[in-house]
Design a protein around this ligand. Structure first.
Ligand code: PEP
Length: 248
């Protein structure tokens, strides 16, 4: 549902998947897609950035908190800028788990992305165990507060949020539209305690097993402004149908 002032956005996170052929297929299919009411962002593995022709918006899947230097394997915001990357996913649950990224490190990365004039797609979301013991909202508030404390609420004018319940990522288990809406409303309300305008205008994506056949219902929730898509972003036709759901 397009809410005044908020444009729907769909970002595809390829993770460590895809190849040169997929870059070509994706560009071909989206060249004639006519998606005028929403934004599409592709977050491929960084070696593929240079293959995109500039028509699709690009995002990175991670970013270094440092400017440059002896940080083997890392990619800087300056490098993203050189490839016209406009977005960077920060705090994806796979990086929080596999690379031990704490809330504090995620906050440093958000600060770094903002400093370079890019838009962080800040991911928050709970494991199933936390939901089961009723600590869902505290958990998400702590993830948000670490970043709020670091950069201040006004900087959230340039942040995109993604609510990604960990139990729904890559599992085929999707949060119901009502479950997604409940958490999105909580997130917006949490920000509204500090700044009502920022809260009203911030884009909050849902991520977790979104497919062509469930996107429309999820995106029609009043506080859901599009999606962060993993597995389904590797299938150009499926990804297009998700984007079409956001375009309505
Ligand atoms: C993700 O990893 O951000 C994600 C939402 O994955 P999937 O769509 O495959 O659940």
């Amino acid at each position: 549902m397009q809410v005044v002032g908020r444009r729907q956005l769909v970002a595809g996170n390829w993770k460590m998947n895809g190849d040169k052929a997929l870059v070509g297929k994706m560009q071909k299919i989206f060249a004639t897609a006519g998606l005028d009411n929403m934004d599409v962002v592709i977050c491929p593995p960084s070696p593929y950035f240079g293959l995109f022709d500039g028509k699709l918006k690009l995002g990175s899947q991670n970013i270094s908190e440092f400017d440059s230097g002896a940080h083997t394997g890392e990619v800087s915001v300056a490098m993203l800028n050189e490839f016209k990357c406009q977005y960077s996913i920060v705090g994806h649950s796979e990086r929080r788990a596999d690379n031990h990224e704490s809330n504090e490190l995620v906050a440093l990365k958000v600060e770094q992305v903002l400093k370079a004039g890019l838009t962080p797609i800040l991911c928050v979301g709970e494991p199933e165990s936390v939901r089961e013991i009723g600590k869902l909202f505290e958990f998400i508030a702590a993830q948000l507060n670490a970043v709020l404390m670091k950069v201040g609420v006004s900087q959230f004018a340039d942040v995109v949020l993604a609510y990604e319940p960990i139990w729904a990522i890559g599992t085929g288990k999707t949060a119901s539209p009502a479950q997604a809406q409940e958490v999105h409303a909580f997130i917006r309300g949490h920000l509204a305690k500090q700044d009502v305008n920022i809260a009203a205008n911030i884009i909050i994506l849902y991520g977790g097993s979104v497919k062509g056949n469930n996107a429309q219902e999820l995106f029609s929730q009043v506080d859901v402004d599009g999606g962060l898509i993993g597995g389904a972003s590797l299938d150009p036709q499926e990804f297009l149908s998700i984007c079409q759901a956001a375009n309505q």
